[in-house]
Design a protein around this ligand. Sequence first.
Ligand code: PMP
Length: 305
Amino acid sequence: MASADRIAYFNGRFVPEREVLVPFRDRGFKYGDAVFDTTRTFGHRIFKLAEHVDRLYRSLRYLRIDPDMAPARMMEITEEVLRRNLPLLEPDDDYWVTQRVSRGLDDAHKDTWNQHGPTVIVECVPLPLAERASLYRDGIRVITPSVRRTPPQSLSPRVKTHNYLNMVAANLEVRSQDPDAWAILLDTAGNLAEGLGSNVFLVSGGVLLTPREQTVLSGISRETVIDLAREAGITVVEQDLDLYDAYNADEAFLTSTSLCICPIATVNGARIGTAVPGPLTRQLSEAYCRFVDFDFVGQYLKRLG
Ligand code: PMP
């Protein structure tokens, strides 16, 4: 696919991606003073757009950024960006679809670029299906780095901002030890928090466990899994979980928009459970596939060739 052909929304216009040129004095670039949200498509159909836009607006309110448009308009624009880009997508591929809003320029620079409001971008990019395919066969190797997740007292982890440096630093540490491992950060008390773009779940004695929302981003796929588990009569508990809990878990998995549910094989080298995926992880993955009416596991595994 020619990425040069993709169209994005940029401050009121639909333009080729290469024409999305953000001024270097934009506060999103200078300070990470911006928020974003990302959903995906399943078989070219967008997933829980309203829930993602709702979370975007909660992030905006937290940072007191006025996007200068109602959520309904943000949804319309997102659907239009997707509509314009779907013809570029291979039948078996799917998109990440993202809204980005920065506070824009400081007053002193607004006239230079003739931009007075926030910077608003809506864009999409194909999911990295091939790169991640083996994770569904082998499970993810998780490492907990020494870098701790930013505590809620400093900046709420529930906000999805453009500043991912906390998690970038964590990932650098992990990838230097094992280039294929994924970071799960601990919080400052030593409890499991979350990954660069994912939430973590453990299974213990048939009960599904996950860290409390206060200390992590409230993942839309996290919420989806909790709902599906409860519908299936599985007990779900949100609580502090540490490495003792992880090493003793029967199963563990990550959730995210792109991964949906992906099994964890090891944590810091310790094998979790006996099968990848474990029985409850498999049951929930199947429920997720039915819910989105799409076999996301098959979509990944197909890329193994
Ligand atoms: N935690 C963080 C820090 C994230 O960036 C993401 C990705 N948005 C998640 C968790 C998972 O959230 P979701 O299920 O909505 O993709």
